[in-house]
Write a new protein. Structure first.
Length: 216
C-alpha cells in the first residue's frame, strides 16, 4: 500500500518537522515527507530536511507582489511533488482562503495552546498573563481564519507559578512532538472524519496515548 505523501511548510527551527521526519522513518508509519518548503532562506528546518534526504525549497514571500501569488506558487510546488497532505510546522504566514479551501481537511497545523484559547503568536505569554493553571497544544485542521479549525487532538500540561514563556514553551513543545506525528498517522490511515466542523476518530485510536481525551 502506498504511503500518504506529505508536504511540510516551515519558517524557522523546525523541531516539529524533525518529530515528523523521525516518525516517517518508522517502518510502519503510513506517511512520507516528500518536500519541505520554507518561507525563509535561513530556516534551520531546511537543514533538517536536507540531512534526511528530503527536497528542501525556499519560497521567499518578498519575491511576490501578493499573498495570492505566493500561495499560487506554493500550490504549484506541492502539486509538482504530488502532495496529498500539508502540515504546517511553524509556518509564519497567513494563507489565503483560496489555498486553504483547496486543501480542505488535508491541511493541518499545530498550535501551542488549548484552542480556542490563546490564539496568535504569543500563546505562552497570554496563558501566563491570564493565570490559567493548564495549557497545552492543539493539532487542528486549518481554516481561513487564523488558529481556527476542527481540533484533531490536544495535550494538556500544567502552568506552574514560576513559569516563564520559555519554560512553559519547552513543556508544551515536548507534547507537540508526541501529538503531531500521531495526528498525521491517523489522517494518513483515513481514521479521521469531519462532520459539522468536529473531528471524529475511529474508536480503536483512543488507546494509543494516555494524553488524549475522546471528543464528547
Amino acid at each position: 500500500m502506498s504511503k500518504c505523501r506529505v508536504g511540510v511548510l516551515i519558517s524557522g527551527n523546525g523541531s516539529n518537522l524533525q518529530a515528523l521526519i523521525d516518525a516517517c522513518g518508522l517502518a510502519d508509519f503510513p506517511a512520507e515527507i516528500v518536500v519541505v518548503i520554507s518561507s525563509k532562506a535561513d530556516a534551520f528546518g531546511l537543514e533538517r530536511a536536507k540531512k534526511s534526504g528530503i527536497p528542501a525549497l525556499v519560497l521567499d514571500h518578498q519575491d511576490f507582489a501578493s499573498r495570492a501569488l505566493f500561495d499560487e506558487e506554493m500550490q504549484r510546488l506541492l502539486d509538482r511533488h504530488l502532495v496529498d497532505v500539508v502540515c504546517l510546522a511553524g509556518f509564519m504566514r497567513l494563507l489565503t482562503p483560496a489555498f486553504v479551501h483547496s486543501w480542505q481537511d488535508k491541511l493541518v497545523n499545530i498550535h501551542p495552546s488549548l484552542l480556542p484559547s490563546f490564539k496568535g503568536v504569543h500563546a505562552h505569554r497570554d496563558a501566563i498573563a491570564a493565570g490559567v493553571r493548564i495549557s497545552g497544544c492543539s493539532v487542528h485542521f486549518v481554516r481561513a481564519e487564523m488558529d481556527v479549525g476542527p481540533i484533531i487532538m490536544q495535550a494538556a500540561v500544567p502552568v506552574l507559578p514560576d513559569d516563564t514563556e520559555e519554560v512553559l514553551g519547552k513543556r508544551v513543545l515536548a507534547q507537540e512532538h508526541v501529538c503531531y506525528p500521531l495526528a498525521l498517522r491517523w489522517l494518513a490511515e483515513g481514521r479521521l472524519s469531519v462532520v459539522d466542523e468536529k473531528v471524529g476518530v475511529s474508536a480503536v485510536a483512543y488507546g494509543e496515548s494516555a494524553l488524549l481525551v475522546p471528543p464528547h
